[in-house]
Design a protein around this ligand. Structure first.
Ligand code: PAF
Length: 280
């Protein structure tokens, strides 16, 4: 696996692959890799593409008072994991390559960015959209792979690509979970043992609520019950909502795909999760 920190070296590697007729997949990450990220690498490899992983802890998507300073940075361990997973190239752009002096562009994807995490974390999705647009321009991938755990992020990126006529295919990969159902996340390491045990209430509440709504129970009553279960487990809930799976508007119209989204804090750790509503 080649590790690249200079845009010129990245361009040369991409040009060599193109000359050989190879297709390129990008797996953007902020590092602190876990099995969820490795599932993205596997999916990209299964698509028979050259795989580029990027690691960049993007300051523009962290708000004031968020965990930018303490976000785990583990370049050596991450590099080893990527090598073992069969990644072909690791793109490690320095901050001044991503955001040189005078950088003044901000991409806002209206609508889909505005509710839920967008409301709780103002500017977060602008930071994501801006860095993803840069990464796409740097790597020029044929496809890019993202985890479904960040469901709203995935919809924001799909909208960005559609609106800007980008030719990259966006592939969503199902959320990877621990055996007890907790979605894998780089932030799970912040949980104390007690918090980690209590955190399973989040996927459990979502799963039970999704099944009840899918079989036709009253959605408001089901959400109230899920809310109570999360309160009882010690979560402070940012939102718990039944939404249109693509536009993320609440109270989806009949016949539209639906998704249950949640974000909640346990101690100082904020967890997000989501689940599809399957009919019947
Ligand atoms: O999901 C993440 O890790 C980040 O939001 C991403 C997509 C790498 C952009 O910084």
């Amino acid at each position: 696996m080649e590790t690249v920190r200079e845009p010129a070296a990245l361009r040369a590697a991409m040009a060599a692959w193109r000359t050989d007729g190879e297709r390129v997949a990008l797996v953007p990450t902020m590092g602190a890799l876990h099995a969820g990220h490795l599932a993205l690498i596997d999916a990209a490899r299964a698509a028979k593409m050259r795989v580029v992983a990027s690691i960049f802890v993007n300051p523009k998507q962290f708000g004031a008072g968020e965990d930018l300073g303490r976000y785990p940075r583990r370049e050596t361990a991450d590099s080893r994991l990527l090598l073992d997973a069969g990644c072909d190239l690791l793109w490690l752009p320095p901050v001044d390559v991503m955001y040189p002096d005078g950088f003044a562009t901000n991409i806002t994807v209206s609508g889909v960015s505005e509710r839920w995490d967008g409301a709780v974390r103002p500017g977060h999705f602008d930071g994501v959209a801006t860095v993803i647009a840069k990464l796409f321009n740097q790597v020029t991938p044929d496809a890019a792979f993202f985890g479904e755990k960040d469901w709203q992020q995935l919809q924001v990126i799909r909208r960005l690509v559609a609106d800007l006529d980008l030719t990259v295919e966006i592939v969503g990969v199902p959320t990877q979970r621990d055996d007890d159902g907790l979605a894998l996340s780089s932030r799970n390491i912040y949980l104390s043992p007690d918090e980690r045990a209590a955190a399973t209430a989040l996927p459990r509440a979502l799963g039970e609520a999704a099944r009840a709504i899918g079989r036709g129970d009253d959605a408001d009553a089901v959400l109230a019950q899920a809310h109570a279960a999360l309160d009882a487990a010690g979560f402070a809930i940012d939102y718990l909502a039944l939404t249109d799976a693509e536009t993320l508007t609440p109270g989806p119209a009949a016949g539209r795909p639906r998704r249950l989204l949640a974000a909640a804090r346990i101690g100082t750790t904020r967890l997000i999760d989501n689940i599809a509503i399957e009919q019947g």
